[in-house]
Design a protein. Structure first.
Length: 321
């Protein structure tokens, strides 16, 4: 069955996204996949960062200090399928920052044929998350955020579908996050996030309801100010985090760096390592800011390549207004 094969692919791709799941809800493993080219380029060490609308998926408190409205699309092409996350961020000076996002993972069409092999329809499996986020600052150093998510697994059918079963199963979940800035000799920010908290979905092929893959992540980001003495118009950001996915694979360490030239050109590199296996992955990313537009692209090296032999690629386009 196509959905079973896709679920297995998600499990393999977790080598890149997070520790792969050994047990649990197969249908919810897509929640472990990364969103956004900035994050992927920095080895997903984003829990203490402020990457605009990408922060919704890593630490909802990240958008608390955002100054401009943002409309963004975050696109990915992996062995699992094609993902697109749309976000609208609306900051307010007095009421904090709100955002609404829609994340769709298209697992690919499967053709339906009759007894003679003639095509009579298509099955379209998709995983969908609709998210609402609110974040606000408490004082100048502390930011808090919450995301409420509606998670849905769908298998739709077009054409002659009398002999093909469809699926629509939903649950809800919450992401919680906080960031704290410490100006001790240089911009240092700590972050903590709990993702996919609450909610259950049926395990593939059974009636047993199992919890979503809850993740707890803690980390920090530091701007290396001493670089200013040696290189003009260049900033270097370093980030690290520790991820615990509990029964979905144990712990992982994430490391990343972002070299920024004149505040507009970004060169990124990252690394992800796991504690239960020797599996590791590296990533490279590039970003460019031009007026209200921000473009980012990243590629992962390691894990499972796609059918064409290409490694996963992530592209983000943001419009600030």
């Amino acid at each position: 069955m196509r959905r079973l094969r896709s679920s297995l692919a998600v499990g393999f791709l977790a080598l890149v996204a997070a520790p792969a799941a050994g047990q649990g809800s197969e249908g919810a493993l897509f929640l472990l996949l990364p969103t956004g080219a900035q994050a992927v380029g920095m080895g997903q060490a984003m829990v203490a960062a402020t990457p605009g609308s990408e922060g919704i998926w890593w630490n909802p408190s990240a958008i608390a200090g955002q100054q401009k409205r943002e409309l963004a699309i975050h696109h990915s092409t992996t062995i699992v399928g094609v993902g697109d996350a749309l976000s609208l961020v609306l900051p307010s000076r007095k009421r904090g920052t709100g955002a609404i996002s829609l994340n769709i993972l298209n697992l690919g069409e499967q053709q339906i044929t009759d007894d003679l092999g003639n095509p009579i329809g298509f099955i379209l499996p998709r995983d969908i998350v609709l998210a609402g986020t609110y974040a606000a600052g408490l004082g100048k150093r502390l930011r808090l955020g919450l995301t409420y998510k509606l998670v849905q697994l769908r298998v739709d059918c077009s054409g002659q579908c009398a002999t093909v079963g469809t699926l629509s199963e939903s649950t809800t979940a919450v992401d919680l996050g906080a960031q704290y800035a410490i100006p001790a000799g240089g911009p240092l920010t700590f972050g903590i996030a709990v993702r996919n908290l609450g909610g259950k979905l049926n395990t593939e092929g059974t009636n047993e309801r199992t919890p979503l893959p809850t993740q707890v992540e803690i980390g920090a980001m530091y701007r290396m100010r001493f670089i200013d003495r040696y290189v003009k118009d260049t900033e270097v950001l370093a980030a690290a985090s520790l991820l615990d996915s509990r029964s979905f694979g144990g712990k992982a360490i994430r490391l990343g760096t972002d070299v920024v030239y004149q505040g507009k050109v970004h060169l990124r590199a990252g690394f992800v390592g796991h504690d239960r296996r020797a599996d590791t992955s590296a990533s490279l990313g590039f970003g460019l800011e031009s007026g209200p537009f921000v473009f980012d692209i990243a590629r992962v090296f390691g894990g499972i390549p796609g059918d064409d032999g290409q490694q996963p690629i992530y592209i983000s386009l943001r419009y600030l207004f």
